[in-house]
Design a protein around this ligand. Sequence first.
Ligand SMILES: [Zn+2]
Length: 49
Amino acid sequence: MPAIDIDPYRASEGLFECVGCGSRTQSGSHPGTCPSCGNHVQNLSVSRE
Ligand SMILES: [Zn+2]
């Protein structure tokens, strides 16, 4: 059977989501903290090579 493994965020830019308010930011580098609420943001686009 065909293995479908599509990662929509395998781009050069990373996608980051705030753990506090859930707002997402697309950036080439880790923004550090959420610009809206200052909470920690996590990287949703972990590269798998
Ligand atoms: Zn936030």
